[in-house]
Write a new protein. Structure first.
Length: 271
């Protein structure tokens, strides 16, 4: 792929530039995690981030969740900057109120489920819509019941997380994320803690989400078949940079970069 084609693949989106990283850098001491990174994701687009551990993929998700701030550069979601505000024609550090407002548009499903252990399944899903979005208990429960039915767990609404399998807990986590009606859904190695059979069930649920919603998705995964199935684009990360960006058929069948080829071969050998 030519440099021009790679740059086009980095900025192409299903509907404009909904998420936009512009010259973002992040370092921890001498370790450069993101290196002057620029890319965009369109509204409703599903993008998978692949690459070796430590290449910057999860840092992207953590920034969008405002769990980590960039050292330099800007992150924009829709018309709003995430860590900055425009005042009198200049960009200044954002207030906590501004950050909370933008962050409400984004939810994340983590590797480790992160359910509230003292709450039953139904309340795990309704808690944030009630306390963050201001829904009534009745509205939140109606929404939650529909989502729990979608992930096949409407019969478990009175169970505690400890009474569920890992796969069931992750499906509750997906329902909880979707209950916020997010514009952006982030998926961070959501099956890495599950055995293959449970992982397959969770990935099937996410395939259904991809098919039946227009939520923008950023996914970090080593499940390459899943990435091929759900992605509009795949971005290959290495040492804090995107070294290749392409539709899944091209990325997985005929990657251009030698580093991409060696990474995909190693992942397939482990599968």
């Amino acid at each position: 792929m030519s440099q021009a084609a790679t740059e086009a693949a980095l900025t192409s989106g299903k509907d404009g530039q909904f998420i936009h990283f512009d010259k973002v850098s992040k370092r921890f001491g001498d370790n450069v995690v993101l290196d002057d990174l620029s890319f965009a994701v369109g509204a409703g687009e599903r993008v998978t981030l692949i690459g070796p551990s430590g290449s910057g993929k999860t840092t992207i998700l953590r920034m969008l969740m405002t769990l980590m701030k960039p050292d330099t550069g800007t992150v924009r979601v829709g018309d709003d900057y995430l860590f900055h505000e425009e005042r009198n024609g200049s960009l200044v550090d954002a207030s906590e109120a501004h950050i909370r407002k933008v962050r409400q548009r984004i939810t994340m499903v983590f590797q480790s489920f992160n359910l509230f252990p003292n709450m039953r399944v139904l309340r795990n899903v309704t808690e944030a819509p009630v306390h963050v979005l201001g829904l009534s208990k009745e509205e939140a429960e109606e929404r939650a019941l529909g989502l729990l039915a979608m992930v096949g767990l409407d019969h478990k609404i009175d169970s505690y997380p400890s009474q569920l399998s890992g796969g069931q807990q992750q499906r509750v986590a997906i329902a909880r994320a979707l209950a916020m009606r997010p514009d952006v859904l982030l998926l961070d190695e959501v099956t890495s803690a599950l055995d293959p059979e449970l992982a397959a069930g969770v990935l099937d649920v996410l395939r259904d989400v991809a098919k039946t919603t227009d939520v923008t998705m950023l996914c970090v995964t080593h499940a390459m078949k899943f990435a091929r199935d759900i992605s509009h684009r795949v971005l290959m990360f290495c040492e804090g940079k995107i070294i290749e960006a392409a539709p899944p058929e091209q990325m997985f069948d005929s990657p251009d970069h030698e580093r991409t080829r060696s990474f995909l071969q190693s992942v397939l050998d482990e599968a």
